[in-house]
Design a protein around this ligand. Structure first.
Ligand code: NAD
Length: 277
């Protein structure tokens, strides 16, 4: 089973289904990454904030899967905004990951109040030009800041990673991304587990596909065109989530899932417009 890919504007092929490792302990990383790579995952999403870049790098080196087949994402944290600070943070992440070249680097949050996101974006632009990172994008930008970095630099992010799941489906931000030709990547694609999986509609759709609610939600992501990075530390769930690639929902089923949207009440995380350091 192989994930379809989305080709970004700079040519990087981003698998549409990947693995997020937020809150995965260093002790668990080797087993989780090894299981995920065996199952077929080829996108690993970490961040300086997650405190596990070192063990992620080590797990990748220990794998038989060639480095060139794996897309590694990390992110610049809010304390490291500004041109020089962002470059230093990138170097530190690369030291911890132990990689020669990174695949994808994102600004983790815009932090508008701090006002340093344009300088931070310039640092990523230069790092890409220097060949140290193949692709650069952003995460958690509201529309004004997203447009501002593009207008200020002439460089459009290759991808925009935002909170997105059936309770908070981000129709408006997806529309903005589409207009700017920026693929949308979904964090917390399963709404962090929990209440989402109690929805009767999801259970009904799942029964029709002999699938689980999680698989239905991940098929919905794929079919609406988002890139999803669900997190799990259990080999069974890692496989279950990857097997969602076999499921094809009908348009009517996609519409039903679209109706689960609760607008901003569905958020599980912070609002990019007001996120502070
Ligand atoms: P998620 O929506 O992926 O939910 C993860 C939780 O869902 C797991 O802890 C597990 O308990 C449960 N789960 C997973 N598979 C399941 C299954 N098949 N059945 C039942 N339960 C299942 O939430 P997340 O981990 O917060 O987000 C995913 C990834 O997104 C993170 O690991 C991280 O890489 C990224 N992320 C990025 C940001 C950002 O600011 N850019 C913020 C949060 C997360």
């Amino acid at each position: 089973l192989v994930s379809p890919v989305v080709t970004l504007r700079d040519g990087l092929e981003l698998p549409q289904l990947g693995l997020g490792v937020y809150k995965v302990d260093n002790a668990d990383i080797p087993a989780v990454i090894s299981a995920a790579l065996d199952i077929g995952y080829r996108l690993i999403d970490t961040a300086a904030l997650y405190g596990n870049e070192e063990s992620v790098g080590q797990a990748l080196r220990e794998s038989d899967v060639p480095r060139k087949d794996i897309v590694v994402t990390t992110k610049i944290w809010n304390d490291d905004h500004g041109y020089d600070a962002a470059r230093r943070a990138f170097d530190a992440s690369m030291d911890r990951l132990g990689l020669d070249v990174l695949d994808l680097c994102l600004i983790h949050w815009a932090v508008p109040e701090q006002g340093l996101y344009v300088d931070t974006w310039r640092a990523l632009i230069d790092l890409q030009e220097e060949g140290r990172v193949r692709s650069i994008g952003v995460s958690n930008f509201a529309e004004p800041e997203l447009r501002e970095i593009i207008d200020a630099t002439g460089v459009t992010p290759s991808v925009h990673q935002i909170e997105l799941h059936p309770f908070f489906n981000q129709a408006r931000m997806r529309e903005v991304n589409r207009e700017l030709i920026i693929p949308t990547e979904a964090w917390a694609p399963l709404a962090r587990g929990g209440e989402l999986f109690t929805q009767a509609d999801l259970h009904q759709i799942a029964a029709m596909h002999d699938a689980t609610p999680a698989q239905v939600v991940l098929a919905w992501h794929r079919q609406i065109g988002t890139i999803a990075i669900p997190k799990s530390v259990s080999p069974e769930r890692l496989r279950e989530n990857f097997e969602s690639l076999r499921i094809e929902l009908t348009d009517a089923q996609i519409d039903l899932i679209n109706e689960l949207d609760r607008g901003i009440a569905g958020r599980t995380g912070m609002d990019p417009a007001t996120m502070r350091r």
